[in-house]
Design a protein. Structure first.
Length: 157
């Protein structure tokens, strides 16, 4: 497992990868206390990830095209994240919409649980999922969810 940490004007990032692809992304308003880079892997996944995240935050990218390694997730979680990845930039869906998309319309709460375990927020855009009666949750906090949605032109809450 390789890791790259960096900061932008507003946020601090920690991105990890395996030999197969990106495995996790942590975004924080507080500095991440860790070495900037443990090792630079030959596969270039970390630098690709950093570049695409920075392009997204600068408004120059609307979708990510990165190799992901999600083998630690369950089949259900993978199905939810696959449906999540289909939500276009600038659009939102509800937890119920995702449950229906995976042909399990009664699994609304389970969908929320799977999104809470999303290891790659922003790249797999769980900020685009709202509750039917409000913002819903977000593993990185509602303020960050609001900011990500605003970057996509969505004033949801």
């Amino acid at each position: 497992m390789e890791k790259l940490n960096w900061s932008s004007k507003e946020w601090h990032f920690s991105l990890t990868c395996s030999e197969q692809g990106l495995t996790s992304l942590d975004i924080s308003c507080e500095p991440i206390i860790a070495p900037k880079r443990n090792h630079c892997p030959a596969n270039g996944f970390l630098e690709q990830g950093r570049k695409q995240i920075e392009e997204f935050l600068a408004g120059k990218r609307k979708a990510f095209d990165l190799p992901l390694d999600l083998k630690e997730l369950t089949k259900f979680q993978l199905g939810v994240l696959q449906a999540l990845a289909e939500i276009p930039f600038g659009e939102t869906k509800t937890y119920g919409d995702l449950a229906r998309a995976i042909n399990n319309p009664k699994a609304v709460r389970a969908v929320g649980g799977a999104l809470g375990k999303n290891p790659l927020p922003l790249i797999l855009p769980c900020h685009r999922v709202l509750a039917s009666n409000g913002p819903g949750g977000f593993s990185l906090g509602l303020e960050m969810k609001r900011q990500f949605l605003k970057m996509e032109g969505i004033e949801a809450f």
